[in-house]
Design a protein around this ligand. Structure first.
Ligand SMILES: Cc1cc2nc3c(=O)[nH]c(=O)nc-3n(C[C@H](O)[C@H](O)[C@H](O)COP(=O)(O)O)c2cc1C
Length: 175
């Protein structure tokens, strides 16, 4: 039985939902999982964990700065044990941008860190227009309109492929 940490950064909570799904899948394989919000515990000690997974969402083209800080401060530990990284964004709803090799945010992210995670995933996120403030809602509608996505301001759309999340969970369990 392995002790696995899944730490995440989120703005609207969907990355946390994905982490909880990963927890279920990994616990079904008889491992122990701690899911931790990076903002709650940025100095968490990685020593007790056998594997570490980092998940982070995109907002206005970027992962949050705390993700870079966390990786920089824990790079030695991350390199010394099985680890993984996944990114959550809505560009990944497009089939041609839904793999680590083809997702522009993940590719850009990898050029900005010196850690080289061997296990990568990208998941399409969620758009919840009614929950956004006016400016964010209009900005996302504009981006969606430009990229031929849904623009109805009363709608909530989940693009996440949960089978893909489950598959990643099983992969982490077997690392
Ligand atoms: C204000 C705002 C800006 C966003 N910017 C982008 C973006 O630049 N590119 C993208 O692919 N997705 C973008 N998204 C979509 C988010 O990545 C998506 O909603 C994701 O599910 C958010 O995850 P979280 O709830 O864990 O923060 C944006 C969403 C919001 C609300």
């Amino acid at each position: 039985m392995a002790n696995i940490l899944i730490t995440y950064s989120t703005t609207d909570g969907h990355t946390r939902t994905i982490c909880e799904r990963l927890r279920q899948v990994i616990e079904d394989q008889q491992h122990s999982v701690v899911v931790s919000w990076m903002s709650d515990d940025p100095d968490i000690d990685l020593e007790p964990f056998d594997k570490v997974v980092i998940g982070a969402s995109i907002r206005y083209g970027k992962h949050q700065p705390q993700v870079f800080n966390f990786i920089r401060e824990n790079q030695t530990a991350l390199e010394s044990k099985p680890s993984a990284f996944f990114s959550v964004n809505v560009v990944a709803r497009k089939p041609e941008k839904n793999r680590p090799e083809t997702n522009p945010y993940l590719q850009k992210f990898l050029t900005k860190i010196s850690w080289e995670p061997k296990n990568l995933a990208v998941f399409a996120g969620r758009i919840d227009y009614p929950s956004y403030g006016f400016v964010d809602r209009q900005m996302i509608r504009l981006i969606m309109w430009m990229t031929k996505g849904p623009t109805d301001p009363t709608s909530t759309i989940e693009f996440t492929d949960w089978d893909k999340v489950d598959e990643f969970g099983r992969k982490i369990a077997s690392l």
